[in-house]
Ligand binder design. Structure first.
Ligand SMILES: Nc1ncnc2c1ncn2[C@@H]1O[C@H](COP(=O)(O)OP(=O)(O)O)[C@@H](O)[C@H]1O
Ligand SMILES: [Mg+2]
Length: 232
C-alpha cells in the first residue's frame, strides 16, 4: 500500500522587487509517495530552492497548504517547526554546510544529539553511516581536511542520520566535478533506497534526474510531470 508523504496544494509565494511583487510559485501542486525519489529540474531562478525551503519550513508561503506526514507545516509555530524539521527532514546543500569546528563523526552525530539519542546508539549509527559512505578512516578529520566529494558524503550521512522520512537535496552535485558528482549521486540513491527514505532532489543535470523515479520541471511558477526523454 502506498502512503502519501508530501501533499502540496495551491502553493503561492511572492517576493517584493522594489514596489512590485513577483510571483515565484503560482499554484504549485505536488504529491510524493513514501519511498519515492523525485527529481526537480528548472532554470536558475525558477524557484526550486524556494520550493525546498517551503517544504522544509524554513520559509512560509503566502498561500496554500503543505502536508508532510499528515502534518500541516504551514500552521506550525517556530518551536514546533524546528522540532518537526529536526525529526522528519534531512537537507543536503550544494555547498555542504558542515560545521567547520566539528569532526566528520561529530557532524554526523549532531542531529542525533539534538534528538536525544543515547550515546551508545549514536556511536552505532554514526559508525554504520561512516561505513556506508566509505569514510570510516576519515572519522576524526575536520571538514577543511576533506575534498568536496568527501564533504558531500559526510553531508549525506548527516542528512540521513536521524532517520528522517524526507530528504531534500538542493543541487548536491552543483559544486563537484562531473565524475565525483556521479559517484555522490550513486551513493545518495543507494543510501536512500537502503534506508527507505523519500527524496526530493533539485538538479541541473538531466543525467542526475534520470536516476529518480519521477522527473518534475518547475517553469513559470508551476510544476509539470515529465516522462522519458524530453528537450531541456
Ligand atoms: N527573499 C527574497 N527576496 C527577493 N527575491 C527572492 C527572495 N528569495 C528568492 N528570490 C528570488 O526568487 C527567485 C527564485 O529563487 P530560487 O528559488 O533561489 O531559484 P532557483 O533555486 O530555481 O535558482 C529568484 O529570482 C530570486 O532572486
Ligand atoms: Mg537554487
Amino acid at each position: 500500500m502506498t502512503q502519501t508523504l508530501v501533499k502540496i496544494r495551491a502553493l503561492h509565494y511572492r517576493v517584493k522587487e522594489g514596489d512590485q511583487t513577483r510571483l515565484i510559485l503560482d499554484g504549485v501542486n505536488l504529491e510524493v509517495q513514501a519511498g519515492e525519489s523525485v527529481a526537480l529540474l528548472g532554470r536558475s531562478g525558477s524557484g526550486k530552492s524556494t520550493l525546498l525551503n517551503l517544504i522544509s519550513g524554513i520559509d512560509k508561503p503566502n498561500d496554500g497548504s503543505i502536508l508532510i506526514d499528515n502534518q500541516e507545516i504551514t500552521r506550525l509555530g517556530e518551536p514546533a517547526l524546528t522540532l518537526f524539521r529536526r525529526q522528519h527532514i534531512g537537507v543536503i546543500y550544494q555547498f555542504f554546510h558542515l560545521v567547520p569546528t566539528l569532526t566528520v563523526s561529530e557532524n554526523i552525530a549532531l542531529a542525533l544529539e539534538l534528538n536525544h539519542w543515547a550515546p551508545r546508539d549514536i556511536k552505532t549509527r554514526v559508525d554504520s553511516l561512516l561505513d556506508q559512505v566509505g569514510l570510516s578512516l576519515l572519522a576524526k578529520r575536520f571538514p577543511d581536511q576533506l575534498s568536496g566529494g568527501e564533504q558531500q558524503r559526510v553531508a549525506i550521512a548527516r542528512a540521513l542520520a536521524h532517520q528522517p522520512s524526507l530528504v531534500l537535496a538542493d543541487e548536491p552535485t552543483g559544486n563537484l566535478d562531473a565524475q565525483i558528482g556521479r559517484e555522490v549521486i550513486a551513493l545518495l540513491n543507494r543510501l536512500v533506497t537502503h534506508e527507505g527514505v523519500t527524496l526530493i532532489l533539485v538538479t541541473h543535470s538531466q543525467a542526475v534526474a534520470q536516476g529518480a523515479n519521477r522527473i518534475l520541471t518547475l517553469e513559470q511558477g508551476q510544476l509539470a510531470e515529465r516522462a522519458g526523454d524530453f528537450a531541456w
